[in-house]
Write a protein that binds this ligand. Structure first.
Ligand code: NAP
Length: 247
């Protein structure tokens, strides 16, 4: 197992891509803290599933857009695990509106969770990573931050902001034994995709060279790679898992 003895905090791990990432890290031997904001039942069932794999798992509720809440969560995880080696900033939301119809609160909500949330979670974990001279930070961005999308000015800006922050932190933290990378999924089979009308799904598929949506597990394996010894020489990268949608 590649991650035996490592501990991880995965944000937004109660569902979708975050859940797959938490499971994949645990399958490689890591103990995992499961962050969520409201869906305690789903998060608790994942904690149980990971414990049956023989790993430690804890619930870590916090709204990542709220700094004091996030600070308290990180300290509770540090009390439980003693250290956090891997931080996966995955929690994210959309709130789509064309720019003409987008009010300030819709803009702020998405930026607060997707961009400020990455600042908050990284800020509360980084001192301890610097102290132990080891850390793996993986930020989940999106193809939308790379190519833009109708109705998603807030979401695209938040993800492009995280991508730029990733490169800066990679430069600042390389000498401290910490790598900082991003994984940019394309369209992944989650609740988000299943809620899109079939005709629009077909239109999206026609733009993807591999002609299918991705699986959460495929994104998770890229995260595992970046946190494993095989990924030790990779930092500041934004690795794409998008079926060729953007090259
Ligand atoms: P999802 O199924 O909607 O799950 C979102 C997760 O984020 C849930 O665990 C949710 O917790 C958590 N969350 C939401 N707001 C939060 C907050 N304020 N504080 C803490 N946690 C919060 O999302 P997903 O589709 O798996 O996407 C995961 C990440 O991948 C996001 O960053 C998204 O932008 C990115 N992404 C997704 C796709 C895609 O096709 N799905 C494509 C590209 C990028 P609760 O369950 O408690 O609400």
């Amino acid at each position: 197992m590649k991650l035996e003895g490592r501990t991880a905090l995965v944000t937004g791990a109660s569902r979708g891509i975050g859940r797959a990432i938490a499971l994949a890290l645990a399958e490689e031997g890591a103990d995992v803290a499961i962050n969520y904001v409201s869906n305690e039942e789903a998060a608790a069932s994942l904690v149980e599933e990971i414990q049956t794999l023989g790993r430690r798992a804890v619930l870590a509720r916090a709204d990542v857009s709220d700094f004091p809440d996030t600070y308290a969560m990180a300290h509770s995880v540090l009390r439980d695990f003693g250290h956090i080696d891997i931080l996966v900033n995955n929690a994210g939301v959309t709130s789509d509106k064309t720019f003409v119809n987008m009010d300030h609160s819709t803009w702020r909500k998405v930026l607060a969770i997707n961009l400020d949330g990455v600042f908050n979670c990284t800020k509360v974990c980084i001192d301890q990573m610097v102290e132990q001279n080891y850390g793996r930070v993986v930020n989940i961005t999106s193809v939308i931050g790379q190519i833009g999308n109708f109705g998603q000015a807030n979401y695209a800006a938040s993800k492009a902001g995280v991508a730029a922050m990733t490169k800066t932190l990679a430069k600042e933290l390389a000498s401290k034994g910490i790598t900082v990378n991003a994984v940019a999924p394309g369209f992944i089979e989650t609740e988000m995709i299943s809620s899109i009308p079939e005709s629009l799904q077909d239109r999206l598929l026609s733009q993807i060279p591999l002609r299918r949506f991705g699986k959460a597990e495929e994104v998770a394996q890229m995260v595992v790679f970046l946190c494993s010894p095989e990924g030790d020489y990779v930092t500041g990268a934004e690795l794409e898992v998008n079926g060729g949608l953007f090259m």
